[in-house]
Design a protein around this ligand. Structure first.
Ligand code: DNO
Length: 353
């Protein structure tokens, strides 16, 4: 298992590469050009700037999260072809700096969704929280304004410019069914995967977060059966998964360790985090420790260890602890603690092999 750490780039993150360097075992910076709009071709100069920063600290750039998919591709509009061409060109450029995995998602309109970014917890820390009932009675625009009210530290996928056409986007998705979305994903993958193969880059889809439909929008990467169907859409070792334990695991019917055991060789990127799920369907992000949440992180790491996972992993969202001011979920401290918990399990398993 190769350990990565998500970093938003020079001047765009409260966490520095110097700090990340001191977390044991991190080799890979999980990065992106966060100022590129979905559908744009990434300029080589900007890619090389990130490489220069990473080189200074001896990190590799093997994992990109995310090259976002333009809505026209998800909607299946005729204009999708030009955005798919841009995506291919971006893949070719990323190969030049050694990228091995591209994480992306196929969620209409929104990326991940929470109702509260700083929910106070019992120990005084704050964490990302999802309150199921609020989603049914909140206007999506109100939620977007609330999330975007912190302009310096926005959540990835919630960039204000991306969501400024919200009303039109909702209108465009009105008649798009889940089957339409599957067809549009297939169309995309059929064109992208051959380019990914030639460039030795694995395309790793991130599951829907949370793994159910929100605001009536279709969502198709929510369960074991969806993952199985997705991998067959284009049956190539380059059509892979980002298995995000906290995203897919926030539905208690989803058995994350079983998914790892079943799809192991097609998981290119592991996001490891814990969530505590309440009976009413709400959930809060907790420390990585198994007993703090509803997911068995020990068994999740064990499932990766069993088949000798050689892909990339990263700790996922952390709580905000020790008064850290950071991007929601992306502070230094709790994610670093998460890494040490993951390594603790992994190293113990290595010994008892
Ligand atoms: C949230 C992330 C997601 C993820 C995208 C992948 O923290 O896990 O925003 O990066 O869904 O495209």
């Amino acid at each position: 298992m190769k350990m990565g750490f998500r970093w938003y780039g020079e001047g765009n993150d409260t966490v520095t590469l110097e700090q990340i360097k001191q977390i044991p075992g991190v080799e890979t910076i999980v990065w992106a050009l966060h100022d590129m709009a979905a559908g744009d071709e990434w300029p080589m100069e900007k890619i090389l700037e990130v490489k220069k920063s990473a080189d200074k600290y001896g990190f590799n750039l093997d994992v990109v999260e995310s090259v976002n998919v333009h809505e026209d591709i998800k909607l299946g509009l005729p204009t999708r072809d030009k955005y798919i061409e841009n995506y291919k060109k971006t893949i070719e450029k990323l190969a030049k700096v050694g990228v091995k995995v591209i994480c992306y998602n196929f969620m209409p309109v929104f990326d991940w969704l929470r109702t509260d970014l700083y929910k106070k917890t019992e120990d005084g820390s704050t964490a990302l929280f999802y309150e199921k009932a609020r989603i049914t009675d909140i206007d999506p625009m109100e939620l977007v304004n609330k999330i975007a009210s912190n302009p310096d530290l926005t959540m990835p996928g919630w960039e204000p410019e991306r969501l400024k056409n919200l009303t039109q986007l909702f209108e465009a998705y009105k008649n798009v069914t889940e089957e339409d979305l599957w067809n549009n994903l297939k169309y995309f993958l059929e064109q992208i995967i051959p380019v990914a193969e030639i460039n030795d880059i694995k395309m790793a889809v991130h599951p829907d977060d949370p793994p159910w439909s929100i605001f009536g929008l279709p969502r198709i990467v929510k369960s074991r059966n969806d993952l199985a169907r997705l991998l067959k859409l284009v049956d190539s070792p380059y059509n892979c998964l980002t298995l995000c334990s906290g995203a897919i695991g926030s539905n208690p019917n989803n058995d994350v360790p079983a998914m790892i055991r079943e799809f192991g060789n097609r998981i290119a990127f592991a996001h490891i985090r814990n969530v505590k799920i309440y009976e009413n369907g709400d959930f809060i992000e907790t420390s990585h420790r198994t007993c703090d949440g509803s997911l068995d992180i020990c068994d999740i790491v064990k499932a990766y260890h069993e088949f000798g996972f050689t892909g990339y992993a990263r700790p996922d969202h952390g709580r905000h602890i020790w008064n850290e001011q950071c991007r929601p979920g992306y502070g230094l401290y709790d994610r670093a603690l998460g890494i040490m918990y993951i390594w603790g399990i992994w190293d113990t398993l290595q010994r008892t092999k």
